[in-house]
Write a protein that binds this ligand. Structure first.
Ligand SMILES: Cc1cc2nc3c(=O)[nH]c(=O)nc-3n(C[C@H](O)[C@H](O)[C@H](O)COP(=O)(O)OP(=O)(O)OC[C@H]3O[C@@H](n4cnc5c(N)ncnc54)[C@H](O)[C@@H]3O)c2cc1C
Length: 297
């Protein structure tokens, strides 16, 4: 149900929205409020009307997010498609709003011979999610190319920030609580005229090693220093393990696959089982990459 128009918003406000429709695991109970802003000004307006202590959850394409079966008591902000400005500022600098998909940025840059944006093609999320996760693929990482950030706070006020104001690590970024990514500027190196784009080849390689097309969240765990999480899980004998209605992928052991009967609680239980088994076997505590939020049933 869209109840936004009678409250003065141009975007769409849905009540009791099933989050299973917005996450790549296809899991998660209902969100009390789910807002799809029409544009940045509309989002600023929406945020400015919320109670000061309202719970907020930002979602991109839900490709790294486990929302529990009881759903989310608060406001989910879903800028995908709404916050969709993507512009070439100068020869090699690009302004992107958080709701643009990474695949779109990769295509946009490929057409303009901007080379090191290719890695974005491997990330099935939005630019907002990529900034929050420092997503990376094919040897490239999101924050390597960031030159400026536009942050938005819970009152809807925008602030420009420099990348050095953020603590950025492997698949992890610390930003001020109560501030989120509205947009960013990236500077991408220009590709030499005779240097071909190898995007297609990179994507083919990835399709061979990952269970693409089955519901997952990509890699569940970060690689521990000097080790591969997938290898550890495989060596612990867990590759392909069926665990209730969820499974450790038989193709890539760091992926957990769901099906239409799965519950988020089963994914969480399998994550704990993998962590326990790998700890016992190798004395290594696997750290999650995937974010988990929401209420249990
Ligand atoms: C098949 C598959 C392959 C994958 N391969 C890779 C890979 O190679 N490399 C890689 O790094 N990741 C990979 N991932 C994981 C995922 O795509 C990335 O982490 C991606 O950056 C998440 O983006 P999203 O828009 O889906 O974010 P979401 O999953 O929607 O959100 C992730 C987190 O970011 C927060 N967030 C979202 N938007 C904002 C915002 N605007 N401001 C502040 N916080 C925000 C959310 O609250 C949440 O905590 C893969 C996932 C899948 C399903």
């Amino acid at each position: 149900v869209n109840v936004a128009s009678n409250q003065g918003f141009r975007g769409e406000l849905r009540i009791d929205e099933p989050m299973s429709e917005h996450t790549s695991w296809r899991l998660g109970g209902p969100a009390d409020h789910y807002f799809i802003p029409a544009d940045l000004a509309d989002l600023q307006h929406y945020l400015s009307t919320l109670e000061r202590d309202a719970e907020l959850l930002w979602i991109g394409l839900g490709s790294n997010l486990l929302i529990r079966d009881g759903g989310f008591r608060g406001h989910v902000i879903a800028p995908f498609a709404g916050l969709n400005r993507l512009e070439l500022l100068e020869q090699d600098e690009v302004y992107v709003e958080c709701g643009v998909s990474c695949a779109k940025v990769a295509r946009f840059c490929q057409k303009r011979d901007l080379g090191n944006a290719d890695f974005f093609a491997g990330i099935p999320g939005t630019v907002g999610g990529a900034l929050a996760m420092n997503a990376g693929a094919f040897g490239g990482e999101t924050w390597q190319s960031v030159t400026a950030l536009t942050m938005i706070n819970r009152a809807g006020v925008l602030t420009e920030r420099n990348p050095d104001e953020f603590e950025v690590a492997y698949r992890e970024v610390h930003h001020r609580e109560d501030e989120w990514f509205a947009a960013a500027n990236f500077r991408f190196a220009r590709r030499a005229k005779d240097e071909p784009s190898n995007l297609r080849q990179l994507l083919q390689q990835r399709n061979q090693s990952q269970p693409i097309g089955q519901p997952s969240c990509g890699s569940v765990f970060r690689n521990p220093e000097g080790r591969f999480a997938a290898r550890l899980i495989e060596e612990a004998g867990l590759k392909g393990l069926q665990f209730g209605n969820v499974q450790v992928s038989a193709k890539h052991a760091n992926f957990i696959i769901s099906n239409p009967n799965s519950r988020a609680a089963e994914v969480e239980a399998l994550i704990a089982h993998i962590q326990k088994t790998v700890l016992e076997r190798f004395d290594i505590a696997l750290q999650r990459e995937v974010h988990i939020t929401g209420e249990t049933l």
